[in-house]
Design a protein around this ligand. Structure first.
Ligand SMILES: Cc1ncc(COP(=O)(O)O)c(C=O)c1O
Length: 341
């Protein structure tokens, strides 16, 4: 473990390579013994698990129609269906000062495949990539798999988790092939200003190649989904997330051993500092989460999984009632384990 110089304990490389899904499934197993309480998971960033964040019927119907049309059961071109790439380029160009073409779009199975393909393309002898700390662990895993060296630059808590520009400058050399910037941030939920991003991005180089993307009928459904999904769906999702972030922040304020130094401005996760001095018989964030899962059937991700020892990452993309109940149980748990006097 090393200290990031800003009062934040950053975890060592070894512990940060544990997968989020791996640790969450272990936490879930700890809840099995507890039959009296329904399990509330504030660990996985998957809003669709909760009814209030379910997707639109337009999306479901579009996918069903392309499946039953029998036109899209074969292989798609490697970079994706042309009509899908074209529609995505048009859609993304709405928010850009320039026009993307279909050649700028490559369709992958989620971000994980995009990250893996990008790292594979950039990999060469001696290459290194710069990753944020704290950060999302999948980048480390893809880099390790492709034998690319990882160097961590710090996110500065005192500057709302902005990139430490000095550490980027100190770490980069002629073998640096990529700088990863996560915005909105996961796990911190911060959103960077245009000005800050301009300072961070020195250059962007594009390389790409693919081995295979999502099922063809799913790709074929995308143009209709983008054409027919009402703007109000996105607005409602964002409004609900903002409300949940407020609820989560307020509930955390009432728990003495927890502190959220930077309220999220985006994303769906909040990072919370644990004050272990106020707790007895809890050794660290991992111990906290396993005991919490066992006693209260609430799942929260230990900060160690995202490179921050003795912090917690709470996902607030949940039904508000589940979120409130889950956090009340966290409060009861902390009271039960509080040091007397
Ligand atoms: C920053 C970041 N990178 C990568 C991923 C993985 O994305 P996917 O689940 O689409 O593979 C996530 C998922 O939450 C993420 O937050």
């Amino acid at each position: 473990m090393e200290n990031g110089g800003n009062g934040v304990n950053y975890e060592s490389k070894e512990t940060s390579t544990m997968t989020i899904k791996g640790i969450l499934s272990l936490l879930m197993q700890s809840t099995v013994e507890n039959k009296n309480k329904r399990v509330i998971s504030l660990g996985l960033g998957d809003p669709t698990l909760f009814s209030c964040f379910q997707t639109t019927s337009v999306s479901e119907e579009a996918v069903a129609d392309t499946l039953f049309s029998h036109k899209f059961h074969g292989y798609a071109p490697t970079a994706g269906l042309p009509q899908t790439r074209q529609k995505i380029a048009e859609y993304l160009s709405r928010d850009l000062p320039y026009e993307l073409s279909s050649h700028d779009v490559f369709i992958t199975c989620g971000c994980t495949q995009a990250i893996d393909v990008s790292v594979a393309i950039l990999a060469r002898g001696g290459a290194n990539i710069l990753l944020p700390r704290p950060g999302f662990p999948i980048y480390e895993l893809c880099a390790a798999f492709r034998q690319v060296e990882v160097r961590h630059y710090d996110l500065l808590l005192e500057k709302g988790w902005e990139v430490d520009l000095d550490s980027v400058k100190a770490l980069a050399d002629h073998n640096t092939v990529a700088l990863v910037v996560i915005n909105p941030g996961n796990p911190c939920g911060n959103v960077y200003s245009y000005n800050h991003l301009e300072k961070v991005v020195e250059r962007i180089t594009k390389y790409f190649d693919l081995l295979g993307g999502p099922a063809t009928f799913i790709q074929a459904a995308v143009p209709r989904i983008l054409n027919q999904t009402e703007e109000s769906f996105f607005k409602k999702t964002i409004d609900d997330l903002r409300l949940n972030s407020d609820i989560c922040f307020k509930e955390i304020e009432e728990i003495p051993c927890m502190f959220c130094p930077h309220k999220p401005e985006g994303s769906m996760t909040m990072i919370v500092k644990l004050n272990l001095l106020l707790l007895e018989d809890i050794t660290d964030d991992i111990d906290f989460c396993f005991k919490l899962a066992k006693e209260e059937s609430v799942i929260i991700l230990p900060g160690t999984a995202v490179g921050l020892k003795d912090w917690l990452r709470i996902t607030f993309a949940a039904d508000p009632s589940a979120l409130v109940e889950g956090l009340k149980r966290v409060k009861v748990f902390c009271q039960r384990h509080a040091k007397n006097g």
